[in-house]
Design a protein around this ligand. Sequence first.
Ligand SMILES: [Zn+2]
Ligand SMILES: [Zn+2]
Length: 283
Amino acid sequence: MSAHHALEKLAHCRPEWKPWLTVLAAALENIDDHAWDAVVPSRGTQSGSDAPKLANAEVCVDRDALERVYASLARVVEKLGAPGVATLGTSTQVDALELFTAALNHDSAKLATLASTTTVHSDMLHALAAMVAMPFLHACNRQWVESQPAWSRGYCPVCGAWPAFAEVRGVERSRYLRCGNCGGEWEASCLSCAYCGTTDHDELASLVPEDKRSAAVIEVCRRCLGYLKVFTRLQGTEASQVMVDDLASAELDVAAIERGYKRVRGGGYALEVQVAEKRASRD
Ligand SMILES: [Zn+2]
Ligand SMILES: [Zn+2]
């Protein structure tokens, strides 16, 4: 099933989510734009085995291209006028280059500062910033997926983000973590917490949904109070569909949060990506 098809299915099952799904559909269109492949930098200068590929990278990006991505999302949000998504204001208020840089670096303090200088609600700006960075991050994942080294960290080997969920795949039941920002995937141990790394069995537990037919569980860590949604499926979902699957399973997030666990957002590594504005070439 394609990401667009999954989104349509979700809109059918959850008509009340339609405003937000419309924004997500615009984000999917941007991810499909492979022109971003040309923006992928050479690998960063990191040497440590715990550094994601984007660490210390220098990204040279066309401001107009970023503004087009931002405007495509802002237009949809402004048109909706629905509760919770109506606080965007005019799209010219936000510097798309600053937004992009803050999103790549998981810099929530910078995003909060950017939000405070506009009429944009802070949560909305965080969500928009992630979607502005997605076309570039998905391009990075596409180009770097072949050269993926063995990776044992809980955060994404491409962009450093914490996982959106885990997948237990096929008859071998191999376990993969999935990134909602770049669509990346990496094989991971089920014996440790993705966030704090504890291997203490007394600290790790599963919350099983009441519906016994469900192919999902929530794994929790009593040490750091992080949780992870885990889906059993035959194959991994496609990269562009990760954010759709994440949203479609929002009831699991609600269940975990109601039990005192927290969704771990942002990233697990200080990437320090440098972003420069691409200047028009002069003949
Ligand atoms: Zn990632
Ligand atoms: Zn933990």
